[in-house]
Design a protein around this ligand. Structure first.
Ligand code: ADP
Ligand code: MG
Length: 855
């Protein structure tokens, strides 16, 4: 086996779980199984390399200068990639070049720009679970944000899983005896496509954890919980092991308790479409989509986390609301702040790369241009009067000194490479200027040599040229060869003439090349000095970045409030939710201007505890209930709300159970899923919660469903006492208003004329006794014969139920199969080729269709 191959195998042995990219000259090569995997995943040609064994080793490679993209693609597909570099200059190496792993790239630790979507966070989680207790830590390596929490009592991992859902990490380290808990294993299995997981042995709380944590974090001492401590230490050790770099930007952990935030379970977060829609998981159509008018990616990420974790502390909420209000009321200030914010790039992530030694000169230029905007932002913050804005101003640092260094040191448009010079501005470093001068002087002297030699030889077209093989040479065309002086040394004959060198030319060349080499080395050194100088200020810079993110969120909420005509909610310590003319922020945006019908809401823990909402399908029940939850949530995150007046008594948790057939994908039947969600709600709700139940009991037979719905409402109203909205098609439930204190009936107003029905989308007091099912069926295009037959059946059923008899079909109705065949109108419609139809023809077709309907 060749020595190189032996070196490769030694290194590979230590990194079996990763694809090893092995630097050979200008390429990163992969061998054996890694080569096969990479060639398949990256569509690279698989070749072979003789390595001293019988067979050639399968091999494929990528050029080192474009490796980042390939690495990112492998990581995106869930692989780890270990990068092995040449640790010395191959020219100077004695024997085999020393090589070592410089970094292991994983989904949770990648900081490559092309991979990270700027608007969302990329979390890695570390979890330690034991005896029903657990600690969990999340870190975004690209920005240095780290936070953790612990649960002293979480036997079923519910709380843990809720946190995992909230952060949706792309990678997780899982340790402790409890890591095999059934629920946790299920969660991991369900997320194996999107989350790379490794479990580590740690059976006991690690004794060295305290030292590890104190070593890396300035506030490690704040971690008291042993589970959290072990999880944090495991994470830090893993990061050091894989990144092999200074992680100075990860230096603080924010320990939170889930009690600081409104509790929203993962299912409800999905149901309410907080950050993505249920159907296609897109941002468009979500609450985040409506609210996000941030100008920076840092602001956008923070806003998302505000939506995912609304507050429950009245003072903190009011603080945010007052900041928003100030910006709403002062348009000039808002505009100025927005403009200034637009010039700020992703400082957090840029600083991540600076701290990890992965940034290039372009990154420093990005930081510089961001810092240039700071004085304007600071000025805007200082002219604000709200407490929250003043707090941001107090945290703020205009970083003049750092800006100054960057401004003086780094050229405006540096190259992407760091080793080929062209990075440092003139006037920053004397040695660099001197070498540049020498190099330029050398090149300049070539001109005078050329002129002198033309004179001396009398060859008018004598030229000094340069190529990589000979360096500088003199070119003489064929016709002038007889005039070549004795002292020229012939180097090469070409078609058109000959090439010569002279000792003088070689002296100049050595000076120029020597100067260039030293220049490149010196520029790189200076670049690293500047980078480290900026890196040393990470604390000030991060603090300022956080202030910017907060200001940007408030800006975004203010801008949205103005554009969408929202009002400031009043936050109270009562148990009341009062909304006048409330709208659903997303539905109102999707509908054309002014079509959305506003509705009022009045809930409390007394006479208006539960609202039972009846009405036909498509009448707007679900939209109404979601709008109440969403407005409450928006108010508690500090946003203005779509209403004309709003008072929110702080809610501790929001629960939703919204019938979604999509859930079938999870493999559970709708009904079991529904019931497990209901049981979760009943077990976790408090008097201060808000609950939305949409068509509970639908997944089973009528009587079962009705009885379950009935019992659930009774339990909620009597035992829990929380505010509840309950949409149902069981009209029987409206009798609860008389039987239970706190229950009020509502229905969705409809206008009915003959068989036709119009939805007014207005929620009004009182129950309905008519489900309008048949009318809705008609509206939805069910063929006329079926509608007609349905009415006959209904009549039979209703006759059957007269006299207190159970509703049962006495005469088995004979449903004709002809009725379910497609109507001729639909058939004709299908045949029309819309792409070739002229407007006149379309009118004619429409006319014909109408005729068919009447006939
Ligand atoms: P339900 O739950 O009663 O079946 P939905 O809430 O799903 O009804 O509403 C059906 C459709 O009606 C929605 O897609 C929406 O376009 C429209 N809609 C709902 N509420 C309103 C409203 N307040 N104003 C205007 N359109 C509405
Ligand atoms: Mg509905």
């Amino acid at each position: 086996m060749t020595p190189m191959m032996r070196q490769y195998l030694d290194i590979k042995e230590q990194h079996k779980d990763a694809i090893l990219m092995f630097r050979l000259g200008d390429f990163y090569e992969m061998f054996f199984e890694d080569a096969k995997t990479a060639s398949r995943e990256l569509e690279l040609t698989l070749t072979g390399k003789s390595c001293g064994m019988d067979e050639r080793a399968p091999m494929c490679g990528v050029p080192f200068h474009s490796a980042d993209g390939y690495i990112a693609r492998l990581v995106a597909k869930g692989y780890k990639v270990a990068i092995c570099e040449q640790m010395e200059d191959p020219k100077q190496a004695k024997g085999i070049v020393h090589r070592d792993i410089i970094r292991i790239v994983t989904p949770g630790t990648i900081v490559d720009e092309s991979f990270l979507s700027t608007r969302s966070t990329n979390y890695m989680a570390s979890v330690f679970v034991e005896d029903g207790k657990c600690g969990v830590v999340f870190v975004d390596v690209s920005t240095g944000e780290m936070m953790g929490t612990a649960f002293g009592d979480d036997p079923n991992c519910d709380k843990l899983i809720s946190e995992l859902e909230r952060f949706s990490p792309v990678e997780a380290a899982v340790g402790g005896k409890g890591r095999f808990h059934k629920r946790l294993e299920e969660y991991i299995r369900d997320h194996k496509e999107s989350m790379l997981v490794f479990s580590y042995e740690g059976e006991d709380v690690s004794p060295s954890a305290r030292a590890t944590v104190d070593n890396h974090l300035t506030n490690g001492g704040e971690i008291k919980d042993p589970m959290l401590l072990t999880a944090a230490a495991a994470l830090l050790e893993y990061l050091v092991e894989t990144q092999k770099s200074d992680l100075s930007h990860i230096r603080e952990i924010r320990i939170y308790s889930s009690g600081e935030f409104m509790d929203i379970d993962p299912g409800s977060r999905r149901n309410l479409e907080l950050v993505e829609t249920m159907r296609d998981k897109s941002k468009k159509g979500s609450i985040f989509w409506v609210l996000d008018r941030t100008r920076t990616s840092m602001g956008s990420r923070l806003l998302k986390s505000w939506i995912m974790r609304p507050l429950i502390n009245a003072a903190a909420i009011t603080n945010r609301l007052s900041g928003v209000e100030e910006l709403v009321k002062t348009p000039s200030l808002r505009e100025e702040l927005g403009d200034a914010l637009s010039d700020v790039l992703d400082i957090e992530r840029l600083m991540g790369r600076v701290s990890m030694g992965l940034c290039n000169a372009k990154d420093l230029v990005s930081l510089r241009s961001s810092f240039a905007a700071l004085p304007r932002i600071y000025k805007a913050l200082c002219s604000c009067r709200s407490v929250i804005m003043n707090t941001q101003a107090a945290m703020f640092d205009c970083l003049d000194d750092v800006y100054d260094i960057l401004d003086r040191a780094i050229v405006d448009e540096p190259p992407a490479t760091l080793r080929e010079g062209g990075l440092i501005k003139p006037g920053y470093n004397e040695d660099i200027d001197r070498l540049r001068g020498a190099s330029e002087h050398g090149r300049g002297s070539l001109g005078s040599i050329e002129a002198r030699e033309r004179e001396r030889t009398g060859i008018k077209n004598l030229k000094i040229k340069y190529n990589k093989v000979f360096g500088y040479y003199i070119e003489i065309s064929k016709s002038n060869l007889d005039k070549v002086p004795e002292d020229y040394i012939r180097k090469q004959t070409t078609v058109n003439g000959e090439r010569f060198i002279t000792p003088e030319l070689k002296d100049v060349e050595n000076a120029v090349i020597g100067a260039n080499e030293r220049l490149e080395a010196l520029e790189y050194e200076e670049f690293v000095r500047v980078r480290n100088r900026v890196g040393a200020e990470v604390e000030r810079i991060d603090r300022t970045a956080r202030a910017i993110a907060t200001a940007d969120c408030l800006y975004s909420l203010a801008e949205t409030a103005v554009k969408n005509n929202y009002v400031r909610p009043e936050i109270t310590l009562t148990d009341e939710i009062y909304i006048k003319d409330g709208r659903h922020p997303v539905v109102e945006k999707v509908l054309k201007n002014g079509l959305f019908v506003p509705n009022d809401t009045e809930l409390d823990c007394g006479a208006n505890r539960a609202a039972i909402i009846t009405g036909p399908n498509m009448a707007g029940k679900s939209t109404y209930m979601r709008q109440v939850a969403v407005i409450t949530l928006m108010a508690q995150m500090g946003s203005f709300v779509p209403a004309s007046k709003c008072r929110i008594g702080i809610v501790d948790k929001i629960f939703t159970r919204i019938g979604a057939s999509d859930d079938l994908a999870a493999g559970q039947s709708t009904f079991t899923l529904e019931m497990s969600e209901v049981s979760y709600i009943l077990k976790n709700a408090t008097k201060n919660s808000l609950c939305i139940l949409d068509e509970v009991g639908r997944g089973t037979s009528t009587y079962d469903g009705l009885s379950i719905a009935w019992a659930v409402i009774e339990h909620i109203v009597k035992k829990i006492g929380m505010k509840t909205l309950f949409a149902t098609h069981y009209h029987e439930l409206t009798v609860l208003e008389e039987r239970l204190d706190g229950v009020k009936n509502y229905n969705t107003a409809c206008k009915k004329r003959g068989d036709d029905i119009t939805f007014l989308r207005k929620i009004v007091r009182g129950g309905t006794d008519d489900s309008y099912g048949i009318e809705v069926a008609k509206l939805s295009g069910v063929p006329n014969p079926v509608i007609k037959r349905a009415k006959e059946v209904l009549a039979t059923v209703e006759r059957g139920s007269v006299g207190g008899e159970p509703r049962q079909v006495k005469d088995e109705p004979q449903l004709s199969f002809a009725a379910v065949e497609e109507s001729p109108v639909a058939e004709a419609l299908r045949k029309i080729d819309v792409t070739t139809l002229t407007p006149i023809e379309a009118m004619n077709e429409l006319y014909k269709l109408q005729q068919m309907l009447d006939g």
